[in-house]
Design a protein around this ligand. Structure first.
Ligand SMILES: Cc1ncc(COP(=O)(O)O)c(C=O)c1O
Length: 378
């Protein structure tokens, strides 16, 4: 059994994908051509975001958002302590300072109930807070209705790190279109993944769109008219062509992921009733794309359970074993060393189970059986 089975997906669409790649090769146009333009248009329509910019990765998408907003030394950006390192890395790379707001223990996303106090605390300490990056972790959107309201009141920007959540929705709006700026990733294991690295920025703002489009090509606004110091952060044509094929099947795949998640929750309900695990919680009016199906191990020790599952042929992953404020590159770079007890507990308990659109019922049953057995023997 694979944790994510990309080969299974490829073989299902092989004819279409091979054809799309061949067309690009034969066109002789490999960078920022019609494929990228069409993908931007199609994903703009898919998310509802007025502007989309294809870029080289989710990390670069985040960096470009922050560059476009003028984030730099002396500025503070608030984010979640519980995410992939790239979220905080983008802030650090621009020379700004990250600050953190603990998570909602049910969704693992930044808790808007704590955000006002965090922001007001920083502002009253005289910190130059400029905005918030909230992550839509494991495929479920953060509560951007509340986060946006809190930030608007204080004149702060909001970015959705949608690297795990493309295809999810919250209160009838798609991930990517919940905030003025959003960044997603097409890393192969993401819900919509390409055959290498890729990403996209979504925005509602025409000036930000223009600026980010320039920033992705060395700040170039015309032929060799360099208005800004930018990056080489382009999406290439082959990746865009592969993504356009996969996008045609994406809605169906989202449904399959949601069916698989429902099946896991049914198969694992007894273990939750026995207090051994906690199943994922999805907020009302929220549709997760289940980039991960992540449970909490409440008994027996997460790492022992993972080891036992591996012996039984069930691969798992820990997203993430350490919280961001405790990572080595942050030493001496944060204003106050605070405790983030909810994120710390999550880092000790979370375990992601095999999940993809084409996981079979018998594989999920095998996971559930192995998990029950783990609690008997550990
Ligand atoms: C939450 C989050 N942010 C940012 C990224 C960075 O995306 P990429 O790997 O495309 O640079 C990822 C990808 O793993 C992610 O999961």
């Amino acid at each position: 059994m694979n944790f994510i089975d990309l080969k299974r997906q490829y073989h299902l669409y092989k004819g279409e994908i091979d054809g799309a790649i061949k067309d690009v090769v034969e066109s002789g146009r490999f960078v920022l051509g019609d494929q990228v333009k069409s993908l931007e248009k199609e994903l703009g329509l898919f998310t509802g975001a007025p502007y989309a910019i294809g870029v080289s990765s989710g990390t670069d998408a985040l960096i470009l958002c922050l560059m476009a907003l003028g984030v730099g030394p002396g500025k503070v950006v608030v984010t979640t302590p519980f995410s992939f390192f790239a979220t905080v890395e983008a802030i650090l790379l621009l020379g700004a300072e990250p600050a953190f707001c603990d998570i909602d223990p049910d969704t693992f996303n930044l808790d808007p109930g704590l955000l006002e106090d965090v922001l007001d605390g920083l502002l009253s300490d005289g910190r130059d807070v400029c905005g918030v990056i909230a992550v839509s972790l494991y495929g479920q959107c953060a509560d951007f209705q509340r986060i946006n309201r809190i930030c608007e009141k204080r004149g702060l920007f909001v970015i959705e790190d949608a690297c795990q959540s493309l295809g999810a929705s919250f209160k009838d709006k798609m991930s990517g279109n919940l905030t003025p700026l959003a960044a997603t990733s097409f890393f192969p294991s993401k819900p919509l993944g390409c055959f290498g690295d890729g990403g996209m920025v979504f925005t509602k703002s025409e000036p930000l769109f223009e600026r980010i489009r320039a920033l992705r090509v060395h700040g170039d606004t015309g032929r060799y008219q360099h208005k800004y110091i930018g990056l080489n952060a382009r999406l290439d044509e082959i990746q865009a062509a592969v993504l356009r094929v996969k996008l045609r099947h994406f809605k169906k795949e989202i449904e399959l992921r949601q069916d698989a998640a429902k099946r896991y929750s049914m198969l694992l309900q007894t273990l939750e009733d026995q207090g051994l695990i906690k199943l994922p919680r999805i907020l009302q009016d929220s549709q997760s794309v289940f980039a991960q199906y992540t449970i909490r191990i409440l008994s027996g020790g997460r790492d022992e359970v993972a080891r036992f599952l591996k012996e039984q042929g069930v691969p798992t992953a820990v997203h993430y074993p350490e919280i961001l404020p405790k990572m080595k590159p942050l030493e001496g770079r944060i204003f106050k060393r605070e405790a983030f007890n909810r994120a710390e507990l999550a880092a000790r308990q979370v375990l992601s189970l095999p999940m993809h659109a084409f996981i079979e019922e018998r594989e999920q049953e095998q996971v559930a059986e192995a998990l029950s057995k783990a609690f008997e023997v550990i």
